[in-house]
Design a protein around this ligand. Structure first.
Ligand code: NAI
Length: 684
């Protein structure tokens, strides 16, 4: 504790993020007791040392019994202290950090500060009064929105909303400290607790609308339901009762599966960019990016790069295709301007940083080139061969291929060490996941450059080895195949989609197939059949239903029919008796007696299939970490985050049950099914 005249300055110093650990809480209690007892002190300021206020709690604590003193006791001590306490915020004041600030008599923030209560995104609710104090400042409906989304609010908006009382003028720790001390002095010893304020009165409809929107967005998950209930209690119940109830719910939720799953994903993200052997390897220069192909993916990648402030050279094969791509990019920015999401000036700047070209020579100044042309090996090899002649020495050559052999693409160049896979997900400017594929010859600094690009673009990188479909598409292919087995055995597409959506998948596999088009996989199957590479085992079970649909011209939504039919204007596909008949005929042709398959069986078989394939990827070294696989499935394939990913799910099953069920899965899946080494799961 430091002193500035009659103001005590309590400095929280727990690097790197001043996490609100037990030690910090003890220190705060002692300091507050000192402030209360010292007749020479009239007020106190709470400030963080280093880059931030308390940026959050130590998440590791939440899976275990919490150490005393707990945060509510610290906040109670601040509120009970007869002298005002001012929170001086900079960096981030999130979760418990912001709850602590809400327990103070005033909040002063440095200009770049972020505040918020992200507990719901971690499977919990705020547990130290956040659900009671926040609505007293901003009203019930705004509090519901902020808490349920886990929204982080920037300083200027926080001031406008009343979350903070004033902004410090000027950057820097000294300016903040001085502003907070001045504010503390100006309070002249009077307390102004948030807890003493009434909850602003609002029209009931506004609250209902906020609650409804939050429930829909949060898919009725327990933390969202509980957060809404807790915030609403602020208006009707005595504060102490509501605080006790909030704490009890927090204590329960933090130990449940969802919170554990979300913590797992939180730590998995932090782990994902740490690659053994890459420590200290510097990435190459990354100031200008080339994108080849201005189709769906190329334009999305170009937007991601432009939005990150990277100038982009966009290459197409001819002027017509380039015009189409450029029109798509201009439309994209125009839509954002129209929606009020960016100024016309900012949009103009992004487009000005884009250099369209049809002559490959234009790529000579690029530090990294990402190819997003047709998924066809000879096309990509030809392109890489020609790139060799124009790219600067040391430039990184990346491919966005979904399935193709990266080493075969790299071999078309004289510099395979400079080649890396950068597998973006569609839409590439929205989806956070980026599989960074390490070819056999990829140089460490080239891999590091791929990871540096991911960071620059705000993406979540996961490193994969070079294997068919890398991590995500390989697991997805196995998953889709299993669903095809299920329809052959007796289930129907709508039943499977519904069961999996109930489990939490964003969309069932047949709805996804219809949306992306059945012809892509069909073309690939025919290519593979032609090269005999479809299945390692010629007797492997092969479901012909998707081929029959394609032959009937049912290529998915774009043709008005696929697994479902899509009458004009329909938002969702409708089950189609023609498809049912086609499926039943396919079963009959194989002599399969169709049977009723329960939702449970569907979900378990799908999950086990993912687990099995994931374990194979670990054994083969395509993925180095189980948690990476979970990240891929959750962030790229709609796996419900509250289940933590397939391997997190498997880790919470009884190993004996899992082993027996995997054996049964192999039996049901028939010849050609490759069983994993279950030993890998024990250590995953
Ligand atoms: P697309 O068909 O929309 O676009 C490909 C573009 O490449 C076309 O505009 C075409 O004119 C251009 N192109 C073809 N050959 C070229 C050449 N030699 N030089 C310059 N431009 C050329 O295809 P899409 O969907 O964007 O896919 C591109 C790549 O991204 C493929 O490898 C695909 O497997 C991969 N990918 C696709 C995803 C998706 O969801 N569509 C997701 C992840 C990867």
């Amino acid at each position: 504790m430091e002193r500035d005249g009659a103001v005590a300055v309590i400095v929280i110093d727990n690097p790197p993020i001043n996490a609100g650990s037990a030690g910090v809480r003890r220190g705060l209690l002692d300091a507050i007791a000192e402030v209360a007892a010292d007749p020479g002190v009239t007020a106190a300021v709470l400030i963080g040392a280093g880059k931030t206020f308390i940026a959050g709690s130590d998440l590791r604590e939440f899976g275990q019994p919490l150490e005393e003193p707990q945060l509510p006791a610290v906040i109670a001590a601040i509120e009970a202290c007869p002298k005002p306490v001012v929170a001086a915020l900079h960096g981030a004041a999130l979760g418990g950090g912001f709850e602590l600030a809400l327990g103070c008599d005033a909040r002063i923030a440095a200009p770049g500060t972020l505040v918020g209560l992200p507990e719901v995104t971690l499977g919990m609710i705020p547990g130290a009064g956040g659900t009671q104090r926040l609505p007293r400042l901003v009203g019930i409906s705004t509090a519901i929105g902020m808490i349920c989304e886990g929204r982080r609010v920037a300083a200027a908006d926080a001031l406008a909303l009343g979350l903070v009382d004033a902004l410090a003028e000027g950057e820097g720790a000294e300016a903040l400290r001085a502003a907070a001390i001045a504010h503390a002095q100006a309070l002249s010893g009077s307390k102004c607790r948030v807890a003493d304020r009434p909850v602003p009165v609002e029209p009931a409809e506004r609250i209902e609308a906020a609650a409804g929107a939050a429930l829909r967005a949060g898919r009725n998950r327990p933390p969202v339901v509980e957060a809404i209930r807790a915030v609403r209690a602020a208006a009707g119940r005595p504060l102490n009762e509501a605080l006790a109830e909030e704490r009890a719910v927090f204590q329960r939720l933090r130990l449940e599966t969802e919170a554990a799953a979300r913590r797992h994903l939180f730590f998995a993200e932090r782990e994902s960019a740490r690659i053994p052997g890459l420590e200290g390897v510097a990435p190459r220069r990354l100031e200008r990016v080339g994108v080849i192909g201005a189709g769906t993916m190329g334009t999305g990648i170009a937007i991601a790069a432009l939005d990150a402030g990277l100038p982009v050279i966009l290459l197409e094969r001819d002027a017509g295709a380039l015009d189409t791509g450029m029109a798509r990019l201009r439309d994209h920015y125009a839509r954002r301007v129209d929606a009020g999401k960016m100024s016309a000036e900012a949009a103009g700047k992004r487009l000005a940083a884009l250099d369209p070209a049809t002559d490959m020579g234009a790529l000579g100044t690029a530090d990294l080139v990402i190819e997003a042309v047709f998924e066809d090996l000879p096309v990509k090899q030809d392109l890489f061969h020609r790139l060799d002649a124009v790219l600067a020495p040391g430039a990184v050559l990346a491919s966005n291929t979904s399935y193709l052999d990266l080493d075969a693409i790299a071999a078309a160049t004289g510099r395979p060490q400079d080649v890396v896979g950068l597998h973006f997900f569609s839409p590439a400017n929205v989806m956070r996941l980026l599989e960074v594929v390490r070819g056999t010859k990829t140089a460490p600094e080239v891999l590091a450059t791929g990871l540096a690009l991911a960071k620059r673009l705000g993406k979540l990188p996961v490193v994969a080895g070079n294997a068919f479909g890398f991590i995500g598409n390989r697991i997805y292919a196995a998953y889709r195949r299993q669903c095809e087995f299920l329809i052959e055995e007796g289930a129907l597409p709508a039943g499977i989609d519904a069961a999996l959506e109930r489990f939490g998948f964003a969309m069932g596999p047949f709805a996804v197939a219809d949306l992306s088009g059945l012809d892509i996989a069909w073309r690939m199957r025919r290519q593979q059949a032609a090269t005999q590479s479809l299945l390692a085992c010629p007797a492997a079970r092969y479901v012909e239903i998707p081929d029959r649909l394609c032959e009937a011209g049912r290529l998915g939504r774009k043709t008005g029919a696929g697994y479902y039919r899509y009458p004009p204007g329909a938002r969702r596909g409708e089950p189609d008796p023609e498809v049912t008949a086609l499926i039943e005929a396919a079963s009959a042709a194989k002599g399969i007696v169709r049977r009723a398959i329960s939702d449970d069986e569907i979900v378990i078989r799908v999950l086990l299939t993912m687990v099995n394939e994931a374990a194979c990827l670990l054994s083969e070294g395509v993925s180095a970490r189980a948690s990476d696989i979970d990240l891929v499935l959750v962030n790229g394939y709609g796996f419900p985050p509250w289940e933590g990913g397939p391997l997190f799910w498997a880790g919470r099953r009884d190993p004996a049950w899992l082993g027996a069920e995997l054996a049964r899965l192999a039996e049901l899946s028939g010849p050609g099914f490759r069983s994993c080494d279950t030993g890998v799961l024990a250590t995953a």
